[in-house]
Design a protein around this ligand. Structure first.
Ligand SMILES: NC(=O)c1ccc[n+]([C@@H]2O[C@H](COP(=O)([O-])OP(=O)(O)OC[C@H]3O[C@@H](n4cnc5c(N)ncnc54)[C@H](O)[C@@H]3O)[C@@H](O)[C@H]2O)c1
Length: 267
C-alpha cells in the first residue's frame, strides 16, 4: 500500500545488482511511494543485465558509474539532475565489496592492495559520492543521504574481515560529512545498520548461514528482511525524518541491544 511518502521527490539509488539486492527493494518501494530516480551501478554490473529490467519497471534512467572514480560520480550527478529535471531529495549508497573476503584472505594476513580496494569501494566511495553531489550542486535543501552498514563496525564478527573496518569508516564519514552538509545545505546524512540479509554481497562472507541463523535466534523480532529495510529507507528519505542526521540507525530486530536470548542458551 502506498502512502505517497516520496511524491514529487527525486533521487539516485546506487547498488541494485539483482532482485535480492537491498537497493533493488528500495527502488521498488521508492517507486511505489511516488519517487522518480536514477539507478546506477558499476559499468561491469550494468553489463550483467538484470538492472535494466528494474529500470524499465520503475521508469528510471540508468547511468553507469564506478563509485571509486570521481569523474564518473560527477557525470552521474550532473546527468541525474538533468534527466530528473531538478536537484535531488535523496541518495542511497548501497555498495560493498572486499577482495580479501572474495579471495578468502585471513584478517591477520590481509593483502594490502585488496585492503585499499575494500576501503575505497565500501567506504571512501561514500565520501566521494557526497563530494561529487556538492561539486555539481545536485542536492536540494533538506535532502536525505543514506548508506547501509553492519554491526561489525562496533562488535567483532571475525569472518566479516576487513569489511568491519570499512563499515567503521563508513559510519564515521556519515557523521563528519553530515555535520558539514547539515550546516551548508540543510542535508541529513545517516547510516542504517541492517541485519544479515541473503544477497550477493552478504552471502560472500564465510559462514554466512551460521551468521544469519545466530542473528535470527538473538533478535527478539527476528532478522530484518531486505523489504523492511527498504521501508525504513523510504521513511528516512521522507519529510517525516527531517531532523535526523549523523546517526547510525540499527535496523536489526533488536539484535544490537540483546545480550543473550533464551533461544541461544537453548532454554
Ligand atoms: N547483505 C547483508 O547481510 C548486509 C547487511 C548489512 C549491510 N549490508 C550492506 O548493504 C549494502 C548493499 O549490499 P547487498 O547486501 O544488497 O548486496 P549486493 O551485492 O546486491 O550489492 C552490493 C552492490 O555494490 C555494487 N558495487 C560494487 N563495487 C562497486 C563500485 N566500484 N561502484 C559502484 N557500485 C559497486 C555492486 O555492483 C552491487 O550492486 C552494502 O553496503 C552491504 O555491505 C548488507
Amino acid at each position: 500500500m502506498s502512502h505517497s511518502l516520496l511524491q514529487g521527490k527525486r533521487g539516485v539509488i546506487f547498488g541494485a545488482l539483482d532482485s535480492q539486492s537491498i537497493a533493488w527493494k528500495v527502488a521498488e518501494k521508492a517507486y511505489e511511494e511516488g519517487a522518480r530516480f536514477v539507478l546506477t551501478n558499476a559499468p561491469v554490473a550494468l553489463r550483467m543485465g538484470q538492472i535494466q529490467e528494474l529500470a524499465t519497471r520503475c521508469q528510471a534512467p540508468l547511468i553507469g558509474a564506478d563509485a571509486t572514480v570521481d569523474t564518473d560520480l560527477e557525470n552521474l550527478f550532473s546527468q541525474a539532475v538533468q534527466e530528473l529535471g531538478g536537484p535531488l531529495d535523496f541518495v542511497l549508497h548501497s555498495i560493498g565489496m572486499s577482495p580479501n573476503v572474495r579471495k578468502g584472505k585471513a584478517y591477520t594476513d590481509l593483502n594490502y592492495d585488496f585492503y585499499h580496494k575494500t576501503l575505497d569501494i565500501s567506504a571512501m566511495s561514500f565520501h566521494r559520492t557526497m563530494r561529487a553531489a556538492m561539486a555539481t550542486n545536485a542536492l536540494n535543501r533538506g535532502a536525505s543521504i543514506l548508506a547501509l552498514s553492519y554491526i561489525a563496525a562496533q562488535r567483532v564478527f571475525p569472518d566479516y574481515n576487513d569489511m568491519a573496518d570499512a563499515k567503521a569508516l563508513l559510519e564515521s564519514i556519515a557523521r563528519s560529512f553530515g555535520y558539514h552538509l547539515g550546516k551548508s545545505h540543510g542535508v541529513r546524512v545517516n547510516t542504517i545498520s541492517q541485519s544479515p540479509t541473503r544477497t550477493t554481497a552478504g552471502s560472500g562472507v564465510k559462514g554466512f548461514d551460521g551468521f544469519l541463523d545466530y542473528a535470527e535466534r538473538m533478535s527478539p523480532l527476528g532478522n530484518a528482511s531486505a523489504e523492511s529495510c527498504a521501508d525504513y529507507c523510504v521513511v528516512m528519505f521522507s519529510d517525516l525524518t527531517r531532523m535526523v542526521t549523523m546517526q547510525n540507525l540499527f535496523h536489526d530486530g533488536g539484535f544490537s541491544f540483546t545480550g543473550v536470548s533464551q533461544e541461544v542458551l537453548g532454554l
